[in-house]
Design a protein around this ligand. Structure first.
Ligand code: ZN
Length: 231
């Protein structure tokens, strides 16, 4: 069953690259770490994602991404979107992708399906008011249940987790973060990388971290680009 699902997923991606996202969303696809590893495109594609913002350090992050010509993916909280509309507009204007990370970061498994849907819808509305249409939903703490999957599919959102966790909420130094995203002995960095742009220490570490990843061969893409690549 799982193999058949994976094949269907793969065929959909190969046959309909432009329509892949809605098709995947309708199937209730979940891009969890094993699925990400299975779908991994070639050529060291690295999708850098930032959760929980936008925050007060996001503009500095945007400056350094712009300097390096890197497009990232921002999983924003609805409650922050309303407070930082200008930053959200800037993220979009500078070619980054903006996706849905719930309204106020609850543990979704403790909510009913209707409440979970509300978390998605409120953020969706806040983003649409700014002209942004999200394509992915990332559940807070990576924690979800079947209700989350159904609610995301109804909103045409693909549930997207990550395959490389920087643990930047815990490790507040360049070295600490680098040890997570580029462990010793790792020769082929790739995947969907998780960071948080609400931490000053993360934003400060990003120039070095991005440089190290680039030196190791990372080709930076957004999440939609990662998913649309041919395999
Ligand atoms: Zn989060």
């Amino acid at each position: 069953m799982r193999a058949a699902f994976a094949t269907l997923l793969l065929l959909t991606v190969l046959a309909l690259p432009l329509l892949a996202r809605p098709a995947l969303a309708e199937q209730g696809a979940v891009l969890d770490a094993p699925e990400i590893k299975r779908l991994e495109p070639g050529g060291h594609a690295c999708a850098i994602t930032f959760d929980d913002g936008p925050g007060k350090y996001t503009p500095a992050l945007l400056d350094l991404l712009k300097e390096r010509g890197i497009h990232a993916t921002f999983f924003v909280l609805g409650e922050h979107v309303q407070k930082a509309a200008d930053t959200v507009r800037r993220i979009a204007a500078e070619g980054h992708e903006i996706d849905n990370h719930s309204y106020d970061h609850p543990l979704l498994r403790h909510l009913t399906e209707a409440q979970q849907k509300q978390e998605m819808d409120k953020t969706e509305l806040a983003l649409k008011a700014l002209g942004v249409i999200p394509h992915f939903f990332r559940p807070p703490y990576g924690s979800y249940d079947s209700g989350t999957v159904r609610a995301a599919a109804e909103d045409n959102l693909v549930l997207a987790l990550w395959s490389v966790d920087s643990l930047d909420w815990k490790y507040r130094t360049v070295k600490g973060i680098e040890a997570q995203v580029l462990p010793k002995g790792q020769v082929e960095p790739r995947g969907i990388f998780l960071f948080h742009d609400i931490h000053r220490t993360t934003v400060r570490a990003m120039p070095d971290v991005l440089e190290k990843l680039a030196q190791a061969g990372c080709r930076f893409v957004t999440l939609a680009e990662w998913l649309a690549e041919e395999r």
